[in-house]
Design a protein. Structure first.
Length: 482
C-alpha cells in the first residue's frame, strides 16, 4: 500500500469515521463484558482487549473500517483453559495466538479463503445474524414492559431518524436519547453496570506470570492454534463482507498479519485474543464509517468511556444497546437468500442451511464453516464424477466416446460401462470430451485397454489433450493395473 492510499484510509472520511467510531465504542462495552464472563475472567480483560486490538488493528490491519475486538467465538475457546489454568495462561495463549497468525500472514495463507463457497459465506452470515439476535433475548428476561417499549423506541429512531438528517448516525442518537429518558424517568431496567464491575483504570504492560517451559507450551499451544484459525477465519470472512458492503477491496494477508500483531499486544496488556466482529463492523459501516480512523476512534473512545465517564457508562440501559444489536442482526441477515432459496441448486441451498444449523447449534463459527466446506466438496465431487460413455458400432469397429472428468471418484464404476465381449475386431476409446486428472484415472484407462486386448481386440486411445497426454506418459505402465 502506497503512502497516499494509506493516508487516505485514515483521513478520507474524517467526520463519518469519528461519529461511527463513537457508536461502535458504546456497542463494544456490553459485548466485551459479556465475552469476558463467558471466558470466566474479569470484565476488564475483555474491555482491555477491545481497546488494544481496535487501536492496534487500525494501524496494521488490511481492511479499513472493519472493527476487531474481543469476540464470543474466541471467548468460547478460552473457557476450559481459564478453568484449568487461570488468567495468566489465557494471556500467554493470546500472545502465542498472535504469533501463529503473523506466521499465517507472512506465508500468505489468506489466499485459501477462495475455496470457501458463496453458499457457506451466506450460511455464515445468516447464522451470525441469528446468534446476534438470540444473544439479545437474555436481556428481556424478568424485565417489565418498559424494556420492550424502549427497544421499540430505539429501533424506531434508528430507522426513522435518517429521514430527518444523516449528519449524525441514527444509532448514536438512539443510544443517547434512550439513555437520557431512562435516567430522567428513573426506569428500573437492566443497565451496562449490571453486567459486571468496571474499574476505571488504564491497562498496563505486563509479562504473563507463567513458567517459560516446554510444559507450558504443551498446555497453551492446542488452544492457540485453534484460536488462530477461528480468529482468522472469522476475520477474513468479515473482511469479505465489508468488502462487498463498501464495494472496495482489502489485503487479506496484511489483515492476517495485523490480527496477529494486535493479539500479541493485547496479551501483554492484560487482554484476551480477539478477531474481527461482524456485528460491530456492520454498525460501523451503517453509521458512515469507512476508514482506519473509525476503528481507532472506537478503541480510544471505549477507553475514554471506561476511565473518564465510567459512572455514566454503567447507566446506559441495555434496552438501547439491545435495540442496536437487533438492528445489526436484521441488517446482517441475507434476506435475499430466503427469497431465492428455491431458485439456487438444491445442493447450494443444503450447504447454506447446514452451515446455519451447525453454527447456531455449536455457537462455533469455525465448525459451521468447515462443515459447509466439506459438504460443498462432497457435492462438487459428486457432480463432476458423472462420466457418460457413448457407444457407436461401425463395420467391425466400436467407438466409445467418454464425456466427463476422469479422476478417483469418477472411475469406480467406469469399467462396467464397456462391453468387452462385443463381436468386433477394433475398439477406439475417444477421450476428446474428457480429461485425465490423476493416477486413478490412468490406471482405470489402462485396465479398460488391457481387458479389451485380453479378448483379442485391437485398441486405440484417441483425443487425449496435452495435459492428459503428459500425465499418461509419466504414469502409464508404471503404476500397474492391480
Amino acid at each position: 500500500m502506497n503512502t497516499s492510499t494509506y493516508r487516505d484510509s485514515w483521513f478520507g472520511n474524517v467526520k463519518g469515521d469519528i461519529l461511527s467510531g463513537l457508536v461502535v465504542a458504546l456497542a463494544l462495552i456490553p459485548e466485551a463484558i459479556a465475552f469476558s464472563i463467558i471466558a470466566g475472567v474479569d470484565p476488564m480483560v475483555g474491555l482491555y482487549a477491545s481497546f488494544t486490538i481496535a487501536v492496534t488493528i487500525s494501524f496494521v490491519g488490511g481492511r479499513p473500517g472493519m472493527i476487531s475486538a474481543a469476540t464470543g467465538a474466541m471467548a468460547l475457546l478460552f473457557i476450559e483453559l481459564v478453568a484449568e489454568h487461570g488468567l495468566q495462561y489465557l494471556l500467554a495463549a493470546s500472545i502465542l495466538t498472535g504469533i501463529i497468525q503473523v506466521i499465517f500472514g507472512l506465508f500468505k495463507l489468506a489466499r485459501y479463503t477462495k475455496f470457501i463457497p458463496r453458499s457457506v459465506m451466506v450460511g455464515f452470515v445468516n447464522a451470525l445474524a441469528i446468534l446476534i439476535f438470540t444473544s439479545q433475548l437474555e436481556h428481556f428476561v424478568d424485565e417489565s414492559w418498559i424494556m420492550y417499549v424502549l427497544v421499540g423506541v430505539t429501533l424506531a429512531l434508528i430507522y426513522l431518524f435518517p429521514y430527518v438528517t444523516n449528519a449524525v448516525p441514527s444509532t448514536l442518537v438512539a443510544i443517547v436519547f434512550v439513555t437520557i429518558v431512562t435516567i430522567s424517568m428513573n426506569f428500573d431496567i437492566r443497565a451496562v453496570g449490571d453486567m459486571g464491575a468496571i474499574s476505571q483504570t488504564l491497562p498496563i504492560f505486563l509479562i504473563p506470570d507463567i513458567p517459560l517451559s516446554f510444559e507450558t507450551l504443551v498446555i497453551i499451544f492446542p488452544y492457540s492454534i485453534a484460536l488462530a484459525i477461528v480468529g482468522l477465519l472469522e476475520s477474513l470472512l468479515t473482511a469479505s463482507i465489508v468488502d462487498d458492503s463498501t464495494e472496495t477491496t482489502s489485503d487479506k494477508n496484511i489483515e492476517s498479519r495485523g490480527q496477529g500483531i494486535a493479539n500479541v499486544i493485547t496479551g501483554f496488556f492484560g487482554g484476551m485474543a480477539g478477531c474481527a466482529m461482524i456485528g460491530q463492523s456492520i454498525i460501523n459501516i451503517k453509521s458512515g464509517g469507512r476508514g482506519r480512523l473509525s476503528t481507532f476512534v472506537a478503541g480510544i473512545f471505549l477507553m475514554f468511556l471506561i476511565v473518564v465517564v465510567g459512572d455514566i457508562v454503567v447507566q446506559i440501559p441495555m434496552a438501547a444497546l439491545a435495540g442496536v444489536m437487533i438492528m445489526v442482526a436484521i441488517s446482517t441477515f441475507d434476506w435475499n437468500s430466503i427469497r431465492t432459496i428455491h431458485l439456487v441448486p438444491r445442493t447450494d441451498a443444503a450447504v447454506m442451511v447446514i452451515t446455519v444449523i451447525t453454527v447456531v447449534l455449536t455457537h462455533n463459527l469455525a465448525i459451521g464453516v468447515f462443515a459447509g466446506i466439506i459438504l460443498s466438496s462432497i457435492f462438487f465431487v459428486s457432480k463432476i464424477s458423472r462420466v457418460r460413455v457413448v457407444e457407436e458400432i461401425k463395420a467391425g469397429k466400436v467407438l466409445y466416446s467418454l464425456h466427463g472428468e476422469l479422476f478417483f471418484a469418477s472411475v469406480t464404476e467406469l469399467l462396467d460401462q464397456f462391453d468387452y465381449d462385443a463381436d468386433v475386431e477394433e475398439v477406439e476409446i475417444n477421450l476428446g470430451r474428457s480429461h485425465i486428472w490423476d493416477d486413478s484415472a490412468v490406471v482405470a484407462v489402462e485396465k479398460i485397454v488391457s481387458k479389451f486386448r485380453s479378448t483379442g481386440k485391437k485398441v486405440i486411445v484417441t483425443g487425449l489433450n496435452e495435459d492428459s497426454t503428459e500425465l499418461v506418459g509419466k504414469l502409464a505402465n508404471k503404476l500397474g493395473s492391480h
